[in-house]
Design a protein around this ligand. Structure first.
Ligand code: ADP
Ligand code: MG
Length: 275
């Protein structure tokens, strides 16, 4: 179901700790990246003060990558993700999403791109309580022109992808936290996005359930989905293929993960709490 693009090898491992960061970043720019960020700055005006939240960020993410974003609180992670997700625009610099420069798009154009190309997963699952897993998953299709049969079909497909084919008629209150988060992932996938963006997707989950969500992410990534995920947990970041660390609004490290654990294997070593 995903548009699996060319399986280019992923450009990782270039450490970006040196001062000529932009030079290294420029060298990494090549080919058809799904995300290309060029020297982006972002400011927030807060009364008299001006917060410089992103200070010259350049990065490229290829189709099929799975990137974890780390960094202390206030380092600019959410600001960066909001820009990637077309919820906000860069103050200066450029952001190209699948080659389209969206930096100057107005709110309406951004909303349209967002609905077509981006799937979001948040820490809180934000499911509608009196609505089944199937209906929750289908919600984003209401803003598209596809017909009802196709809506239903896509929602069923998305739930199957996250391993919830047998829970379609369940309400959120009848599901565990991990299952609810999987419904949120299915909902993010229902419009067949180019990238899945997740801000602290395991923030509210216990450790076993967190690894279960990483199993879902690794499965989806194996099928060709590009994923960018914020986490403050080092163990969770290791399930990604590449880890980018922010500090004070800049990228301080950008490295490939060397011995990446498979979540499905890790799960075999973790005790099950219930069942
Ligand atoms: P992180 O997600 O890494 O914790 P953020 O991107 O949320 O960091 O914040 C980066 C900086 O920008 C922080 O100093 C934060 O206080 C500031 N900031 C974030 N959002 C706003 C906002 N809407 N208005 C003013 N300042 C903001
Ligand atoms: Mg944040």
């Amino acid at each position: 179901m995903f548009r699996v693009k060319s399986s280019r090898t992923i450009s990782t491992t270039a450490s970006m700790q040196s001062d000529n960061q932009s030079e290294i970043a420029t060298a990494k720019f090549a080919g058809n990246a799904v995300i290309r960020v060029e020297d982006v700055h972002k400011y927030y005006e807060l009364g008299e003060t001006r917060v410089h939240a992103l200070r010259g960020v350049s990065v490229e993410i290829q189709h099929g990558e799975f990137v974890a974003i780390m960094g202390a609180s206030g380092s600019g992670k959410s600001t960066f993700m909001n820009m990637l997700g077309c919820l906000d625009r860069p103050g200066s610099g450029r952001y190209l999403l699948e080659g389209i420069d969206v930096s100057k798009h107005d709110k309406k154009a951004l909303a349209q791109i967002r609905n077509q190309k981006i799937g979001f997963v948040f820490q809180g699952f934000n499911l509608l309580a009196r609505t089944t897993a199937l209906e929750n998953t289908a919600l984003p299709t209401l803003y598209t022109k596809i017909d009802n049969d196709e809506r239903q079909k896509r929602a069923i497909e998305a739930l199957a992808l996250v391993g919830l084919a047998d829970r379609m008629e369940h309400f959120p209150s009848q599901m565990s936290g991990g299952q609810q988060q999987r419904v949120a992932v299915a909902r993010a996938l229902v419009n067949h996005p180019s990238i899945l963006l997740a801000d602290e997707p395991t923030g509210n989950l216990d450790s076993r359930t967190s690894v279960e969500i990483m199993e879902v992410f690794q499965d989806l990534n194996d099928k060709g989905l590009t994923i960018v995920m914020v986490t403050h947990e080092h163990d969770i970041a290791q399930f990604a293929k590449r880890v980018i660390v922010f500090r004070d609004g800049k990228i301080r490290k950008d490295d490939g993960v060397l011995s990446r654990p498979r979540a499905s294997e890790v799960l075999k070593t973790l005790p099950t709490l219930e069942d």
